[in-house]
Structures are given as structure tokens and as C-alpha cells.
Design a protein around this ligand. Structure first.
Ligand SMILES: Cc1cc2nc3c(=O)[nH]c(=O)nc-3n(C[C@H](O)[C@H](O)[C@H](O)COP(=O)(O)O)c2cc1C
Length: 346
């Protein structure tokens, strides 16, 4: 499956996807990418059905091009019984930010209610990570004519997604920024780099493979296509665009990062994710036994992260970024897309 096949299947000019980035990408970013010929993505994983409807409506005002909406395909584990140690870890950070005392976290919107609204909205492309939706949900999207993209971090996961009937697979290498999409292994056993994962997935499944993780420029795009990828999905490269919703201190941390600035942590969300090391990450890593499961830990740390963002304090924010963050360029999303296209030689 080559890039022409990908472009015609998803009706885009260039096989470049702006990654859905919960907490960072915006309809403005996705529409700028879509209007410049790439595939723009909306990150809806943390959004309520009403917020999702609003986001999709905004996107439709800004572009008539196809776009992708992304969710986390998981069922929440039961609420934790005893959260006292987790609250105690958070308390000094809450205090420092002047936001009172941490409270028992709630669950937030479920995948089921989120997919229900997406089905009503008739979206062109649906992508997901962290798991595989039920056959009923996948069938319902297909019946609407929605194209489906799943996320794999290993060949075995790619085969599961192929058997589930998706149209394309994001191969998320271990370099990638933010959460690992791993759903079929202990995550430590699924840290396969983009360079290793892409050609093995290409050999093992007969769907278009979208290389993701550590790709920041035209050279990276060409390398991914050379490995057999039909398209690429870039996250960190778009983080520093003006259309990104992250605070200035986060953008600065991305631009000042070096190759060894990031590590995988559960401290912020309860799920392994790659971000730039900071004070809260190191504090959480020192007490792994008190970290709650996703989404409970994520919802417990949210007030701290929101307050830190407001205060432009990078030490208590999740600074999700990939291992090639230092190659990010602070261009407008459309200019970045055009630059990538030129560098790739199209
Ligand atoms: C800040 C941030 C948030 C992300 N949020 C999501 C998300 O909501 N859904 C998703 O499927 N992937 C998400 N990702 C992962 C990307 O889809 C992609 O795998 C990753 O960005 C690729 O690596 P790179 O950052 O080196 O380009 C996120 C990445 C970043 C950097």
C-alpha cells in the first residue's frame, strides 16, 4: 500500500497527518492542515459529547476537507477504593499553586457516549488508540461510510486491528510523544522504535501503515515512506505551532529539549506516556506505588495541570513530547505542512 493509495483512500492531497493531540491540537490547527492538503485531526478523548459536537461544528465552519476525530478506545477500570496516598502526593503541589486540597477524582466522559455522538455527527474519519472498539461500534461507523484508523505499537496489535476491519494502522514507535497506544502487552515489552516497527508491520499486514514517532521533517517523511509506510503522522512537530493550545512555557520546553530530555512516565495520567522531565514527573516516578490507574490519576492531576498552565509553570504540567522534539519549528500549521511537502520533494 503506497502513499498514492493512502491519499486516494482518505481523499487527501498529501499523506501527512497532523496527529490528534488531546490538550494541544485545535480545530484551527486541524483545519489549517486540511486546507493545505494534509489530514487534520481533532482530539476528542477528554471531551464531553457536547464539546465534541462543538469541535466538529467549528471544524466544518473552517474547512470542507475530510478530517479525523480521535478517541481513546478503553473501558475505565473500577474506581479505586483508597486514594489517600495519591491525594497526599498531590497535596503540596495543589498548595503551591493555591488551588486548595485535592479531591477524589471522577471518571469523565466514557468512550461509549463519545462514540454515540460521533456516529450522529457523520464524521469522515474516526481514529482511536489504547485498544480496539467493539465490532458493533466499528460496524456502525462503517455503515455510515466513516473510514477507520487504529493504533498499533507491535506487529501483534497490527494483526488484531486488521482482523477487526480497520482501513489503516498508525504504527506508533517508541520515540512518539505522549501516551503509548499499547493494548495487547505489558507496555515495557512494546517499546519498538518507528524504524523497527514500520517495516515489520508492512510485511505482516496488508493495510496502509502510517508511521508515527520521531518524524519532524521531510527527511523523516522520506525515510518512513522508504520503509514502506503509506503515510506519516506527526505530533510533536505541530505542538509549537501558533494554533496549538499549549502554554508558552510548554512550547519553550519543546524548543529547548535535547534528544535525552524525555522519558516515559505514569505520574500524570496513570498510563505510560512520553514527556519532557520536570519536577512533578520525577516526584511521581519516585512513588510509583501511589499512582492511580488511568483515567483516575489523569483526573486527579488535572486541576494541578490546569493551574500550572495558567501560571505558565512548566514543572507541574505534562510536557508530552517525542524524542525528536528539538527539531520542532514554530511555524503556522499551514506553513509547516507546506514546508514538509517541499522537503519531502512533492
Ligand atoms: C501532546 C500530544 C498529545 C497526544 N494526544 C494523542 C491523542 O489524543 N490521541 C492519539 O491517538 N495520539 C495522541 N498523541 C500521539 C500521536 O498520535 C503520535 O503518535 C505521536 O505524536 C507521534 O510522535 P511524535 O510526537 O514524535 O511526532 C499525542 C502526542 C502528543 C505529542
Amino acid at each position: 500500500m503506497n502513499s498514492n493509495h493512502f491519499s486516494s483512500l482518505f481523499n487527501v492531497r498529501y499523506p501527512i497527518i497532523q496527529a490528534p493531540m488531546a490538550g494541544a491540537s485545535t480545530p484551527e490547527m486541524a483545519a489549517a492542515v486540511a486546507n493545505a492538503g494534509g489530514l487534520g485531526s481533532l482530539a476528542a478523548a477528554y471531551s464531553t459529547p457536547a464539546q465534541i459536537a462543538e469541535m466538529v461544528a467549528r471544524m466544518r465552519q473552517l474547512t470542507d476537507r475530510p478530517f479525523n476525530v480521535n478517541l481513546f478506545a478503553i473501558e475505565f477500570p473500577p474506581a479505586p477504593d483508597d486514594v489517600s496516598a495519591a491525594l497526599a502526593l498531590m497535596a503540596p503541589f495543589y498548595q503551591e499553586l493555591g488551588i486548595g486540597k485535592p479531591e477524589r477524582p471522577s471518571a469523565g466522559p466514557t468512550f461509549e457516549e463519545q462514540t454515540r455522538v460521533l456516529l450522529e455527527l457523520d464524521i469522515p474519519i474516526f481514529s482511536f488508540t489504547f485498544g480496539v472498539p467493539s465490532p458493533t461500534i466499528l460496524q456502525a461507523f462503517k455503515a455510515k461510510g466513516t473510514k477507520i484508523i487504529g493504533t498499533a505499537t507491535t506487529v501483534a496489535e497490527g494483526k488484531i486491528l486488521e482482523a477487526a476491519g480497520v482501513n489503516a494502522i498508525v504504527a506508533q514507535g517508541s520515540e512518539a510523544g505522549a501516551h503509548r497506544g499499547t493494548f495487547n502487552h505489558p507496555f515495557e515489552q512494546a517499546m519498538v522504535s518507528t524504524m523497527a516497527l514500520v517495516p515489520q508491520l508492512v510485511r505482516s499486514v496488508s493495510l496502509p501503515i502510517i508511521a508515527s514517532g520521531g518524524i519532524m521533517d521531510g527527511k523523516g517523511i522520506r525515510a518512513a515512506l522508504e520503509l514502506g509506510a503509506a503515510a506519516v503522522q506527526l505530533g510533536t512537530a505541530f505542538l509549537v505551532c501558533p494554533e496549538s493550545s499549549i502554554p508558552e512555557c510548554y512550547k519553550k520546553a519543546v524548543l529547548n529539549a535535547t534528544d535525552d530530555s524525555t522519558q516515559i512516565t505514569r505520574a500524570f495520567s496513570g498510563r505510560p506516556a512520553r514527556g519532557i522531565r520536570n519536577r512533578f514527573m520525577l516526584e511521581g516516578e519516585a512513588h510509583p506505588e501511589v499512582i492511580l490507574a488511568f483515567p483516575w490519576q489523569n483526573n486527579l492531576t488535572r486541576p494541578m495541570r490546569n493551574a500550572a498552565a495558567k501560571a505558565n509553570n512548566p514543572e507541574m504540567l505534562s510536557l508530552w513530547a517525542g524524542q525528536a522534539a528539538s527539531l520542532a519549528r514554530p511555524l503556522k500549521a499551514a506553513d509547516l505542512l507546506r514546508t514538509l511537502v517541499n522537503e519531502a520533494g512533492w
